[in-house]
Design a protein around this ligand. Structure first.
Ligand SMILES: Cc1cc2nc3c(=O)[nH]c(=O)nc-3n(C[C@H](O)[C@H](O)[C@H](O)COP(=O)(O)OP(=O)(O)OC[C@H]3O[C@@H](n4cnc5c(N)ncnc54)[C@H](O)[C@@H]3O)c2cc1C
Ligand SMILES: Cc1cc2nc3c(=O)[nH]c(=O)nc-3n(C[C@H](O)[C@H](O)[C@H](O)COP(=O)(O)O)c2cc1C
Length: 754
């Protein structure tokens, strides 16, 4: 086999030595533009886990690399004159040049031919090779040549960064955040050889421009940054090596190979420097490609698809983590002032949620105990409930909204069960909601309950539009209050253009098929049907608005009579009030359409009316879809504006969901996929939030609360197959969540927490 590698970075070098070691007869040539012993950059960092992978792949280079390491355990975060140290992280760093020298020497010893000072600008001369490795980094011309075939996405991120070295010895992975008259400067610093460290500085474009660095030479940059980090550097020097300000390029490819060309390393994907995984990814690509080729005895037609198959899940996962980490650093301004040092540091440490509350605890028990204590104390002050003998984990801290005090931060999300008759709920609802209240959640939210018969999604939906409904609901409310510490809220809604559809299990929810024979007239902000199969709704006029407001108020009064603790106004998921908010469903030309201010006018009118009808001491939340997941739709920035407006009319907490507004949506599902919207709304609109969507475990939930990403964790589907989700979480966390009297004996027989 004849293999040509364009570029001699970690990806090409590591692949070549692995391939040559297994197949000494193969001819492998590397062409590198830089002279021998020259490279850009300073250091690279690896975790223990990464090194274990390389140990199995090639022991000799593993040994040489680990012999060159400087190790550290700590991460230091400096915030507003305070320092938080977190231990147990076990990192190692080394000089980038040294890494390349190790890989290169071993590759040459194995027989790989490496030619330096060769700039390749065409692949034509190498077309006869069996395999061409495009290992020529971020700006790979080989990838760009076939970008359509590779499905390349190349995005320059908004922040500016510069990669420098420093003569200062850092004993920890150190993050500085320094503010001056131009803005906030972040520095990411770590040692790579005794006495030498990488010093990456990052800032927003606005700060960069204000600082007048647009035309800065390396000398200007160093002079400026020496002043910004004067106290931190304490007289040490900054070192340059082609250190020019850049925007981080985010590279993704849907196809990893084309003909006999395969992308490797940064040419294939980038991962933001804040998670220090670029070199690891490049070298792991090399391992996977080598394994795939060997697995198919050199049959490239089968090996290249196999390479993508085994590599893509890991790459996607790292890129997802890198994306969140990158966004955290891009948006530091919003955390910097609103958070205290401990919360800020926790938010930084857990930013990609790969480090979460529990694995941070196993790395640094003391720090997590301190964080738990800070969160518990803050919750005690907020709720007026003193911390007991045992410090509760973050999700089991109390929370107060107006006069309603929740025992903990877990809420059962509103979930339609389509089991009412004429809007009247029955035994199903009593057992369904009652068992979830006994299950330990602090707050139970009813399914979307219609304010009028025509506002039901289906004939099975619950209602609060007649006095007959009050008693049925009171039975549930009384049960919850009598048999649990849970509070119960009612979600009030009107299905709008999504009304008059079949029961979920008859094709309602997924396909939103219209009711069979018994359709009723529907209404929405604009006369646009949800799907071609659905009716065209009537455009709501002023008279309809007045009637709707009266219906919302009447339902609220009934909810008060039934004894509910709280209301939630449903403005999400494409239902009536959401049709006003979204530009996709609101094409009105009056004062209720057009600008975001106009589009939120009617939902705000409804909220104000509810607020004046609902007792002052009881809270009202608002559920929104913070993202329509479609071009030209409602976006998270709109959600911030909407949340600010609801806050101004007295809204207590925003329940931040997303989507289900238009059928053509393309949501980006994944673990905690809606959490960034909650965090954004909470920090930028400065209003408490509930977060919902794929919260899979109490570990996630603790990280959400402790990191200030939301105030309440809302859990839907997990509660469907585990009504006792909260109790299971408490048991796992060895936290003594109060049991109903009837179950107290469990504490005698299984005293885990004693
Ligand atoms: C600021 C910053 C900090 C980083 N910190 C870390 C870190 O701490 N840890 C980590 O793991 N990763 C880090 N990375 C990322 C890491 O450097 C890269 O992910 C890694 O080097 C990728 O390896 P590669 O072999 O794919 O590409 P590269 O290392 O970029 O190698 C590509 C090679 O191809 C050569 N080349 C390019 N074009 C041509 C051509 N036309 N002809 C011949 N040769 C060519 C280049 O000279 C280069 O040597 C960081 C990156 C940046 C920007
Ligand atoms: C069966 C079912 C019914 C739902 N009904 C409602 C509803 O009535 N009101 C609402 O706002 N959301 C409703 N949702 C959405 C959930 O409240 C929640 O936002 C969504 O399922 C994501 O959370 P999860 O990942 O924890 O399931 C429903 C979800 C399910 C699975």
């Amino acid at each position: 086999m004849k293999i040509v590698c364009i570029g001699g970075g970690p990806a090409s070098l590591y692949f070549s030595l692995l391939a040559k070691k297994n197949n000494p007869e193969w001819q492998i040539n590397i062409y590198e533009q830089n002279p021998d012993n020259v490279t850009w950059g300073f250091g690279v960092v690896f975790s223990d886990e990464t090194m274990d992978n390389f140990k199995g792949a090639d022991f000799k280079s593993y040994k040489a690399i680990t012999d060159s390491f400087v190790h550290w355990d700590d991460i230091d975060v400096f915030h507003k004159g305070q320092k938080i140290t977190s231990s147990g992280h076990s990192f190692a760093g080394m000089q980038r040049l040294k890494l390349l020298q190790i890989l290169e020497a071993w590759a040459i010893e194995l027989g790989v031919v490496i030619k330096h000072d060769v700039i390749i600008d065409s692949i034509e001369p190498y077309k006869d090779a069996d395999l061409i490795i495009a290992g020529n980094g971020i700006t790979s011309f080989v990838r760009d040549l076939h970008s359509d075939e590779f499905g390349t996405e190349f995005v320059l991120r908004p922040n500016k960064f510069v990669w420098l070295g420093a003569t200062k010895k850092f004993d920890a992975f150190t993050f500085y955040f320094n503010e001056n008259e131009h803005g906030l400067w972040r520095a990411h610093c770590y040692q790579y050889m005794p006495g030498n460290s990488t010093f990456i500085v990052e800032c927003t474009d606005e700060t960069f421009v204000k600082a007048g660095l647009e035309k800065a030479t390396e000398k200007d940059t160093v002079a400026y940054l020496l002043e910004v980090f004067k106290n931190e550097l304490g007289g040490e020097h900054l070192i340059t090596n082609n250190s020019l300000w850049r925007n981080f390029p985010q590279v993704k490819n849907t196809k990893y190979y084309h003909d006999n060309i395969v992308l490797l390393g940064d040419a294939l994907h980038t991962a933001h420097f804040s998670i220090g995984s670029g070199t690891k990814l490049a070298m792991e690509d090399a391992v996977a490609l080598n394994d795939s080729i060997n697995g198919f005895d050199g049959d490239l037609l089968r090996a290249l698809p196999e390479f993508q198959k085994i590599r893509q899940p890991a790459v996607d996962s790292i890129q997802r983590a890198a994306q969140v980490s990158m966004e955290w650093f891009e948006d530091v301004e919003r955390y910097y002032d609103t958070m205290e040092t401990m919360e800020f540091s926790y938010s930084l440490l857990t930013r990609s949620l790969r480090i979460n509350h529990e694995n941070l605890r196993s790395r640094d028990t003391k720090l997590v105990a301190e964080i738990d204590a800070v969160v518990a104390e803050k919750a005690a002050q907020q709720s007026g409930v003193p911390v007991g003998q045992i410090t509760p984990p973050p999700i089991f801290t109390p929370y107060k909204l107006r006069d309603m005090v929740l025992d903990n931060r877990i809420m059962v999300s509103p979930m339609c069960t389509y089991s009412a008759t004429d809007g009247i709920i029955g035994d199903w609802h009593l057992v369904h909601l009652g068992s979830r209240a006994m299950g330990g959640a602090g707050l139970i939210m009813t399914e979307c309950t219609a304010i009028k018969a025509e506002g039901r999604i289906t004939l099975g939906c619950s209602g609060m539009y007649s006095d007959d409904h009050i008693n049925a609901w009171r039975r549930v409310v009384d049960f919850v209050h009598k048999n649990s510490f849970a509070k119960i809220g009612m979600q009030l809604g009107h299905a709008g253009r999504k009304a008059s559809t079949r029961l979920q299990w008859e094709g309602g929810e997924k396909e939103q098929l219209p009711s069979k024979d018994d359709n009723w007239p529907i209404m929405a902000a604009s006369p646009i049907p949800y799907t071609k199969k659905n009716q065209t709704p009537k455009e709501i006029d002023r008279k309809d608005m007045d009637c709707l407001i009266a219906d919302y108020v009447a339902a609220a009064n009934r909810a008060q009579e039934a004894g509910f603790n709280m209301l939630e106004l449903h403005c999400a998921h494409g239902y009536l009030l959401n049709t006003f908010l979204s530009p996709k469903t609101n094409h009105r030309e009056d004062a209720y359409g057009g600008s975001i201010e106009n589009r939120m006018r009617f939902p705000l009118e409804v909220y104000l009316a509810l607020r004046s009808a609902w007792p002052d001491e009881k809270p009202i939340s608002v559920r929104i879809s913070a993202n329509d997941w479609i071009e030209g739709g409602f976006v998270p920035e709109d959600a911030v504006q909407v949340a600010k407006a609801f806050k101004a009319v007295g809204c207590d907490i925003m329940d931040v969901s997303s989507g289900q507004v238009v059928v053509e949506e393309e949501p980006n599902y994944g673990r905690l996929f809606q959490l960034p919207f909650s965090e954004k709304v909470r920090l930028e609109a400065e209003i408490p939030t509930m977060t919902v969507g794929n919260i899979q475990s109490y570990v996630d939930a603790n990280s959400i609360i402790a990191g200030g990403r939301a105030d309440i964790c809302v859990i839907a589907r997990m509660h469907l197959f585990d009504p006792y989700w909260a109790r299971h979480a408490a048991n796992e966390l060895a936290y003594p969540l109060e049991m109903p009297d009837q179950y107290k004996s469990v504490e005698v027989y299984t005293p885990r927490w004693i």
